[in-house]
Design a protein around this ligand. Sequence first.
Ligand SMILES: [Zn+2]
Length: 318
Amino acid sequence: MAIESVEATASPPAASISATTRCAAEPLALVDAGVPGERSVARLDAALAELGATSTDVTRILLTHGHWDHCGLVPTLRARHGTPVALHPADLAIVQRGHVTPEQWDADWDAWLDACGAPLEPRPELLVRARQMRGDAIDVAPDDLITEEFRAPLRGGELGTILTPGHSAGHVVFVDRQRGIMFGGDHVLPAINPNVSCLPGSEADPLTSYLASLDAIRDLDVTVTLPGHGDPFGDLRGRVDELRAARERRLAAVESLVADGRPSTVWQLAQRYPWRTAWAEMNEITHLGALGEIYAHLTCLATAGRLERDEAGRYRAS
Ligand SMILES: [Zn+2]
């Protein structure tokens, strides 16, 4: 059986994008498990039927990372068949965020807003929005913890693992070297730049990790990448180079903001960044996302020695 890719998407869509579910050849491994909901179940069942299979035949679920739109059908498949699940341990904090007490969650976000230099006045509303994210997780207790050595057998081959932290701390991609196929999760997407943010609980410097993770897969000998969102694509190296160039443009834009002004906090720089939607027009959720993005770029620039962060959390040219 050739590897097939099927979409089992999007009820409701995560944001403006839909999650996908991918099937690899026998023994059937499901790479990522879409968004929750009956529509996803129906689409997965229909896609499996095209392979002459049912969900009973799925022998394991391999998660590229712990975001809810990649884990949605895990509870359903486990309840139906007890299907074992594999996830990298660094993403346990994402799938098990509901285990954090509300008080601890608020305290972590408040400390993060401190580090961003956020003023006190908008904080109550920002913390209300942040609290909503606590419930935004599919609680998964993985049977297997993924390491670099993790392998999943397939008929006539196997799926190997490459650690690709950045989009999340425990992000991995799975590679079928024999057939030249990469299951890319949200590491390399065909149409959009994957989100990489410094948020509470994330890596200290996720963007530096992400760029290294692009290098780690750039020269893979694969002919098709099955992404977590969007259509399969070839020319992995070309797409990696585009994503790198886009990151470098944003890094340069953030660096020039710092160079042009007085020492500034994440909050101040996020307000000044030329977003497509003006800061004043954004809602609180978007403000949190924008802060996380800018914070990630500033941290990456500081790691590279392109700017400095002082003790008050203000950035200046180095
Ligand atoms: Zn994701």
